[in-house]
Design a protein around this ligand. Sequence first.
Ligand SMILES: [Zn+2]
Length: 314
Amino acid sequence: MNAHHQQQLCNLCQGSQFTPLSEHDRHGKALITAVCDNCGLVTHMPLPSEQALRDYYAEDYRKDYHGDAVPNPRRIMRAWHNGERIYQQVSPFLPRHADVFEVGAGIGCTVKVFETHGINASGTEPNHEFNAYTQSVLHAHVENTNLYDLKATQQHDAVLLIHVIEHFREPLKALRTIARLLRNDGTLYIECPNLSAPFATFDRLFHFAHIYNFTHHTLIQMAQMAGFEVVKIFSSEDEPDIQILFQKSATVPSPKWDTAEAQRIHQAIHQYGTLCYHMRGNYLRRRISKILSYLDEIRHAKAFVRVLEANFNP
Ligand SMILES: [Zn+2]
């Protein structure tokens, strides 16, 4: 074995036994994804270096992942509606005049939605191009900083982490850092893709930028290890996204790893043969509603964004 090749340890349980799940990403490029035999956490092997990630986000992210260098109207409208949905879901759990902070705020629509509902909302976004739109058009309070550069102020009532945790190189460290941004009874709302209910066929599942692939089980264990307990699980096991609200906890339980989780993941991702996948009622319903909302978006997005931007730029 190469002397420079350190053995990779699982970010959740520190285990060192992994079983490969896939050798290719969704574009057919080489990418080894494996599951930890001990706890079921799914990750790339080897982990991409910090530098490789920086290069990736700097050069390829927008093209590879979002299609456009500048957010197009459809994307803005979608982000705005998504922000409204998140607000409706999370706001019943917030105190009056809450202070809410989003980590990985993207183009800033969710922060702005919360602000329009009277929340003291702010956030951080490492991508400076997203940040330019946020600052100059939405005028939302999103800073172009890195999570690890933030001061541990313990001031926020809630943190939002929307499709971000799967991008961290060390999600446990990220969650522990987030815990230090929150008040003692503060809440953390997480959304991320659900590996056990794939949103794509097997050969389209894995993506370089999604370093980790969570199930409800592994996400909850990760949050518990970082000092959070579950308040409410909004998503079911067969929905494409995990949606869970956590609360900062005084105690970190001693972990009990479930070695059956790795087996469940093998079964879950291999039950989605192409035919089976396309026949599924849930899939069809989601597909149809996706196409309808796509048509709706094309019709309405430009006008929607014109009104939105005029609203914040009188
Ligand atoms: Zn593990």
